[in-house]
Ligand binder design. Structure first.
Ligand SMILES: Cc1cc2nc3c(=O)[nH]c(=O)nc-3n(C[C@H](O)[C@H](O)[C@H](O)COP(=O)(O)O)c2cc1C
Length: 413
């Protein structure tokens, strides 16, 4: 009897998940019809994207105060400034909306040490200095001067946040081998000690994550860091992938993406890309400070998402991108060896022009993971001057201190 029921269930599942979609997958319109009629899987995403879009547009036109739009446009202006050759007139199409948000945000945000606002101001100042003249630009130039006069005394500073030449003769303070060793040391760790995680150290890692690239520099994400025991218990089992080890996770992080960063559906994937790039840097930074992590999948399951949304007080246009377990690794706990794919499987060169070092063992892939020794060299250590460690701290001098080193200014010559 059981076998018949199992057979029947399997057939029904096959019909729902395979044979019905088979009728709809060949045309975009049919595919949309399928998701309208037979599957609600994208409902929440649709609503979140739409709500984010509405919020973005409302902030731009009604409130004239859109922080994401301002970042994006300042970024576009910086690109205009560094263009070779630089155009005489540029950013005309969006300078008014940029000034709208700049003006409102300058007048309302009270963070005196917000370097991003200084960046907005410095870039606009340079823009109006170099851009040519026409009615619209001249009007906005006058407006900029007046806004700046009114905010100047509070925000006057020495350093300029404008395009600059990055390269000096110095090498970066981390060698390839050191970076490779760090990447190799980072493994998904699921067993942690009871040692409490220090908030300042987490902040140091977030400072590293903040340096990651993001589309138009919008950084459309926030790290929610949970070590409050009650809240932690409430959320730690919501992603299904923590089964079996959730009880020993000291800190649980949810990386949340903000869909109000975009006016257009075409950009809806950027929260996932940008948040993931930052998360990777964050995880590497943890390792340098003696902590470890395990990224955890956030499956798109509405009922679970609603629970997490309630627990973290998220808006509808905010979506969890991924979760993370963080803590001090238990030396007695094991990690999976997770051997990585060979280079051949990971890359396809579409050119025969790339130069290739004669001795580089390109076909070897990473060293064998038998012992996963932290000191193992990279597959290229023969060819990347293995004797060179990280440069001395003097040679790292052009890299300004980290925020925790008592210096919160961005790296600049
Ligand atoms: C997006 C993503 C989702 C993951 N989800 C889970 C998860 O739900 N549970 C878990 O224990 N590990 C999870 N992992 C960890 C992976 O299993 C792990 O990264 C992979 O096996 C490679 O091992 P390594 O991280 O040690 O190199 C996830 C990793 C990523 C990047």
């Amino acid at each position: 009897m059981n076998t018949i029921i199992t057979y029947f269930i399997t057939r029904v599942k096959l019909i729902i998940h395979y044979y019905v979609p088979l009728l709809f997958y060949k045309r975009k319109l049919l595919a949309s019809l399928y998701y309208a009629l037979f599957s609600r899987s994208f409902d929440r995403e649709h609503q979140a994207v739409l709500e984010g879009k509405i919020k973005h547009i409302r902030n731009t036109f009604r409130h004239k105060s859109n922080y994401y739009l301002l970042i994006r446009n300042i970024h576009r202006i910086e690109k205009g400034l560094l263009m070779r050759p630089r155009k005489e007139l540029f950013a005309r199409k969006y300078i008014s909306e940029t000034m709208d948000s700049f003006e409102t945000i300058c007048r309302t945000i009270k963070e005196e040490d917000n370097e991003q606002i200084q960046w907005f101001e410095d870039v606009l100042e340079m823009y109006f200095e170099v851009v040519g003249s026409d009615d619209l630009i001249d009007r906005e130039r006058t407006r900029f001067k007046s806004v700046r006069e009114s905010i100047r005394s509070e925000r006057r500073k020495k350093k300029k946040h404008t395009p600059y030449q990055r390269l000096t003769d110095e090498r970066p303070p981390v060698s390839y081998d050191a970076l490779y060793a760090l990447s190799r040391q980072r493994r998904s760790v699921r067993w942690f000690t009871e040692k409490r995680v220090n908030k300042d150290l987490i902040d140091q890692c977030i400072a590293v994550a903040a340096q990651s690239p993001s589309a138009c520099n919008r950084q459309p994400f926030t790290f929610h860091i949970i070590d409050d025991q009650k809240l932690l218990k409430e959320v730690v089992n919501l992603p299904m992938g923590t089964q079996g080890y959730s009880h020993n996770i000291p800190v649980f992080i949810v990386v949340v993406g903000n869909l109000d960063a975009y006016f257009d559906e075409r950009d809806r994937h950027l929260i996932y890309i940008d948040a993931s790039l930052a998360s990777m840097s964050f995880m590497l930074a943890l390792e340098t400070l003696g902590m470890s992590s395990c990224p955890i999948n956030w499956a798109d399951i509405e009922v679970r998402e609603k629970k997490l949304q309630k627990a973290l007080k998220l808006r509808n246009d905010q979506r969890p991108v991924m979760c993370m377990a963080v803590g001090y690794p238990d030396p007695e706990g094991m990690v999976a060896s997770s051997q990585k794919k060979s280079l051949e499987r990971l890359r396809i060169y579409h050119s025969s022009d790339f130069t290739c070092s004669e001795t580089a063992p390109l076909t070897e892939g990473a060293p064998s993971s038998g012992t996963a020794s932290r000191s193992e060299g990279s597959p290229f250590s023969e060819t990347t001057s293995p004797s060179e460690g990280a440069p001395s701290s003097e040679s790292a001098s052009r890299f300004e201190g980290t925020p925790s080193a008592g210096n919160t200014s961005a790296s600049k010559q």
